[in-house]
Ligand binder design. Structure first.
Ligand code: HEC
Length: 279
């Protein structure tokens, strides 16, 4: 483990290098602990970490199949999370700008009754397969879950190609402009929660968020302002059914990943936000 200062350039080089050749190269994972201390772990350090194990992941969300990895428990890397109170989550940032906000209790609960979060490590000499339909693997690091179903882990709570892990106040507490009015309907409130789990990793909302992958879905215009309602439902379920091009990055959602009722709730949230545009 090294201190972060002065390693920015190396971090950038090391996270990009795995994509240059077929063999995975050494990469670095940046972890910020509750005290604000930043640690940078190398692939080899993580592979030989005292808590590293072989794990079997059922129905890995990135690969769409069962996978075996060498991995370390997230809890063994993130410092004394018990020191954190309030509505805090883990902010997990991927190389492509995807940003998962995972509630801390989900990560910290341990035992048979709950899912367990692990950081899977792609070995240099045994690269993982490419992701379905992509030219890259899920490495160098991927956040995966054992017993995901027990805690109803959602499809966007499996960030892959992870570059950084840190703590952040949970989105609704961190960005006031995400809030609904006091008079908000129940479906819009449910939709806000679904939005934060399933959409906010790729879409900013009303100026809130740090993701760099997709457009803000309220500013300058909200999709409810220019999509017919039925087209918006189709776009969320299966974007390619509305328009299709090679570089499109939004994948569709199966009904397991997002039910019809949840899509209606998300749209109710979008509708509510359309009337609450930030300055
Ligand atoms: C993996 C990242 C990702 C996730 C998750 C995601 N989107 Fe997207 N979305 C994008 C990107 C990127 C675009 C821009 C078009 C493209 O590249 O596919 C987009 C486009 C859209 C558009 C069209 C906007 C326009 O005006 O063209 C809508 C509406 C939308 N997303 C809604 C949602 C909703 C609602 C959710 C959650 C249920 C969601 N997206 C989840 C990445 C994502």
């Amino acid at each position: 483990m090294k201190s972060y200062r002065g390693y920015g350039v190396w971090l950038l080089l090391c996270v990009l290098l795995p994509f240059v050749g077929r063999a995975a190269s050494a990469a670095e994972l940046q972890v910020t602990t509750p005290t604000g201390a930043v640690s940078v772990y190398q692939t080899d350090e993580l592979l030989s970490h005292a808590a590293a194990r072989e794990i079997r992941v059922t129905d890995d969300a990135a690969y769409g199949q069962d996978m075996t990895y060498r991995a370390v428990p997230v809890a063994s890397l993130i410092g004394d999370a018990d020191a954190i109170d309030g509505e805090t989550g883990l902010e997990v940032i991927a190389l492509d700008g995807f940003v998962a906000n995972i509630p801390l209790p989900l990560v910290l609960l341990d035992g048979d009754e709950t899912a367990q979060a692990w950081i899977a490590i792609e070995p240099e000499d045994a690269p993982w397969p490419n992701l379905p339909g992509k030219e890259v693997s899920a490495g160098p690091f991927s956040l995966v879950w054992v017993d995901a179903a027990v805690s109803h882990i959602r499809s966007e709570q499996w960030p892959y190609q992870v570059a950084k892990i840190g703590y952040a106040a949970f989105p609704a507490a961190r960005w006031p402009q995400l809030a609904l009015g006091d008079d908000a309907a129940e479906d819009a409130k449910r939709g806000q929660a679904v939005f934060i789990d399933q959409c906010f990793a790729c879409h900013r909302m009303n100026g809130a968020g740090i993701t760099e992958l997709g457009p803000d879905l309220n500013l300058p215009m909200n999709p409810v302002d220019y999509f017919k309602p039925e087209a918006l439902v189709m776009l969320i379920r299966d974007p390619a059914s509305v328009r299709h091009w090679p570089d499109m990055q939004m994948h569709g959602f199966t009904t397991d990943q997002l039910s019809d009722a949840e899509i209606r709730d998300v749209i109710a949230y979008l509708q509510a936000m359309a009337g609450r545009k930030a300055e």
